[in-house]
Design a protein around this ligand. Structure first.
Ligand code: GSH
Length: 233
């Protein structure tokens, strides 16, 4: 049994996508980040960066005490290694999946995240910031599109590299990106969207957070402008 500390955002969807694909038994523990659940001491004990997702595996491969993992990339790798699924066994295949997993973690995720922030949440519209992150997101979509020109998935068979990238392309419209400009990415996107496990994973999000509403001023205060003080309470 895996405990999944989760909220209904792209980084959360990565893990429900994996768990649904792999058919692992799991329980969702909602971390409502708009309400400040990410600062609760019990959560910080397993996720010191006050960000979800995180997991606790109560049946780790070494038979020892439960293992907790934070950071979505580390969680995907942990689960792929635990199950032997969605990560190639051969050295070269594994290197490619890891390259694209880290590309998502260090590039597409953070850049698209800043894109959302400056376009949708920042109290002032700063043209330079919006332009910088819309363009950088556009460049990254271009990199992914080119990679997908001669293959169905990012690296070999469907893998954790695809699961990491897909949720960050779901909100392409609010990132000011048109999928029509990226035909290979669009084909990949539609094929992942139609997978039964993806449909189940996004269905879980609806169960946990049935009516996502625009962020309130109170929620913005909780989420933005954090300093070291939030984790040293
Ligand atoms: N690099 C982290 C990023 C996780 C992250 O940014 N999570 C956001 C939601 S998508 C969060 O928990 N935010 C809470 C906060 O900002 O306090 C990962 O991939 O796990």
């Amino acid at each position: 049994m895996i405990d999944l500390y989760y909220w209904t955002t792209p980084n959360g969807h990565k893990i429900t996508m994996f768990l649904e694909e792999a058919g692992l038994d799991y329980k969702i523990l909602p971390v409502n980040i708009g309400k400040g659940d990410q600062f609760k001491p019990d959560f910080l004990a397993i996720a010191p960066n006050n960000r979800m997702p995180a997991i606790v595996d109560h049946a780790p491969a070494d038979g020892g005490k439960p293992i907790s993992v934070f950071e979505s990339g580390a969680i995907l790798l942990y689960l792929a290694e635990k199950t032997g699924k969605f990560l190639p066994k051969d050295l070269r295949g594994q290197v490619e999946v890891k390259e694209w997993l880290f590309w998502q973690m260090a590039g597409l995720g953070p850049m698209a995240g800043q894109n959302h922030h400056f376009a949708n949440y920042a109290p002032e519209k700063i043209p330079y910031a919006i332009d910088r992150y819309v363009k950088e997101t556009n460049r990254l979509y271009g990199v992914l599109n080119k990679r997908l020109a001669d293959r169905a998935f990012v690296a070999g068979d469907y893998s954790i590299a695809d699961m990491a990238a897909y949720p960050w392309t779901v909100s392409h419209e609010s990132q000011s990106q048109k999928l029509e400009d990226f035909p290979h990415l669009k084909r990949w996107f539609e094929s992942i969207k139609a997978r039964p496990a993806t449909i189940r994973a996004y269905g879980k999000a609806k169960e946990i957070n049935p009516q996502p509403a625009p962020m309130t001023e109170e929620q913005k205060k909780i989420l933005f402008g954090q300093t070291a003080a939030v984790v040293s309470r």
